[in-house]
Design a protein around this ligand. Structure first.
Ligand code: NAD
Ligand code: IPM
Ligand code: MN
Length: 347
């Protein structure tokens, strides 16, 4: 039986995860599967109360006792260092070695695209973000902090193993999609780390003759995503580039409220989460769009072999968008719970 850990987190995280769990329960009833679950009290509240971020015991349980995690968001204005988010969110990605961060971006209603004359058939891409390396490895520090001579350093890491395993995933995905892959990097400025990505791509491409593999500098990629979005199919970037391009891409299809993600490594506890953060500006207002969390749940169910439930959830979300049964960020008037109820009824 599927074992899911819920990590609602901070801000709007608990609001959108509660909504997604309502949809999960409805899907389980309709499609006849069952699951076990446990809610984990991790986040800013607990950190402020006890000083704990991700205790080893809880990490070990998440690693050993669960198939997957459905996570809300971490980040709280009362914790300006963001230490708890680093330990919990980046900690899970790194310690579980979840090297693939898949962020599908698909336009379902032309109304939501800020670009002129772009419809659903022209905007359907998958961002494949490396999720364990680059500038996110936490190597570095400050020297003489608080003085005029302060020095700050963060080290960017690229490993051949890290490039190869992500590219292999991306090539396989491109093969199953429209057969196009673009690596986005700054190899013109960051020759060593991003040069290694290009070398790995060049070596792997001949093994996938059916995939058209190209490279773009990430700044140009950002521009072309806006001017020629239909050119993009599978988009590969390191941890930093992938982070930035995935928010840009999300903005082309309706924004962060619609952007799901999956962080995976075969055989490890998998992590599903909306791309958005804890949105402190709208917490408690009912304005949090739950669709990104619900679509992340859809990715979870697809990965764990419930494709009919995943299809039904995806279709219900698309119908909600088209019917404007959505929160204000997408031009609707429903609340978080109202959208969840609409999706549940749709299932
Ligand atoms: P954010 O994604 O929280 O919010 C950016 C903007 O988008 C805000 O105006 C917000 O209201 C809006 N927004 C985001 N999600 C929405 C939703 N579901 N429905 C409607 N509107 C939504 O990014 P931020 O403001 O830069 O960061 C806030 C905090 O979240 C920070 O602490 C940041 O580090 C953290 N964060 C966490 C994650 C994560 O846990 N995966 C991701 C991004 C940011
Ligand atoms: C994301 C977020 C995180 C990241 C932050 C909160 C550290 O922006 O999941 O995209 O940069 O990975
Ligand atoms: Mn991000």
């Amino acid at each position: 039986m599927l074992k899911i850990a819920f990590l609602p987190g901070d801000g709007i995280g608990p609001e959108v995860i509660r909504a997604a769990v309502q949809v999960l329960d409805a899907a389980a009833g309709k499609f006849g599967f069952s699951y076990t679950s446990e809610w984990f009290d991790l986040g800013a509240e607990r950190y402020l109360r006890t000083g704990e971020t991700m205790p080893d015991k809880e990490f070990a349980r998440l690693r050993d006792e669960f198939d997957c995690i459905l996570l809300g968001a971490f980040g709280d204005p009362r914790v300006p260092t963001n230490i708890h988010a680093k330990d919990i969110l980046l900690g899970l990605r790194q310690r579980l070695d979840l090297y693939v961060n898949l962020r599908p971006v698909k336009l379902v209603d032309a109304r939501l695209c800020p670009l002129k004359d772009v419809g659903p058939s022209q905007l359907d891409m998958a961002i494949v973000r490396e999720n364990t390396e680059s500038l996110y490895v936490g190597i570095g520090g400050s020297f003489k902090p608080g003085t005029d001579d302060e020095v700050a350093q963060n080290v960017m890491i690229a490993t051949r193993k890290g490039c190869d395993r992500l590219l292999k995933y991306a090539f396989e995905l491109a093969r199953a999609r429209r057969g196009k892959l673009v690596l986005c990097d700054k190899a013109n400025a960051i020759e060593s780390a991003h040069g290694l990505w290009r070398k790995a791509l060049k070596d792997m491409a001949p093994h996938y003759p059916d995939v058209k593999a190209t490279t773009l500098y990430a700044d140009v990629a950002a521009m072309r995503m806006v001017t020629h979005p239909h050119e993009f199919d599978v988009v590969v970037g390191d941890n930093m580039i992938g982070d930035i391009l995935s928010d840009l891409a999300a903005a082309l299809v309706g924004g962060l409220g619609l952007a799901p993600s999956a962080s995976t490594h075969p055989g490890r506890t998998a992590l599903y989460e909306p791309v958005h953060g804890s949105a402190p500006d709208i917490v408690g207002t009912g304005k949090a769009n739950p669709l990104a969390a619900i679509l992340s749940l859809g990715m979870l169910l697809r990965d764990f072999d419930y494709p009919a439930a995943a299809d039904a959830i995806e279709e219900a979300c698309a119908r909600a968008v088209i019917a404007k049964a959505v929160t204000p960020d997408l031009g609707g008037t429903l609340t978080t719970d109202g959208v969840a109820a609409w999706i549940v009824a749709g299932l």
